[in-house]
Ligand binder design. Sequence first.
Ligand SMILES: [Zn+2]
Length: 195
Amino acid sequence: MKTVAQLTKDDLPNFSEIWTGTYAHVDWDLVSADLLLYVQLLRVMTGIPLTISPAIGGVVRFDTPNSQHYAHRSEYPDIEDHLCKAIDVFPAPGHAARFFDQCRTSKRLGAVGLYMGTQLNGEQRPLVHIDIRAREDAMLVWTCQQSKQIVDGVEKTVRDYFYLHKSDDYSSFANIYSAVIAYDMAYRLSARLSV
Ligand SMILES: [Zn+2]
């Protein structure tokens, strides 16, 4: 399978920053090229600028084998590496819920998640997780509230997930979804963008 390291800046015209120091911690040779090519397509189709999360684990993760972010380098030359198929992106301020909605209409994505309580460069910004896992039928859709909590004197990041297909989760799912819509609308009003 092709990796992002085999792509050029011409393949990802809206994401030339991935070759800069901000993402030096990301091993692009362990990230699926199909994933980034699809992110580039989403960028063009939606017209919404996207910032790839520069956080550790925003693209590749090595410690969570159950995650679509997980990647593993094979020790054997004849066995392929296991590539990361997930990425976390920050849509341009005011456009997070709309980007999430557009992702939900995709036939290619396997899952999409919308996060509140996430930060980009110290600023509160909703985040969208997308991945290209194989899917049999419906896409997996969730919202997530991320928060910092002090556990035994140590600050920890806590994430509460709410899945659209679980009836028990529906009202919490909707609460976070509407909080992002309110956040987007407040930003658009303050920036005098059209609402
Ligand atoms: Zn993610």
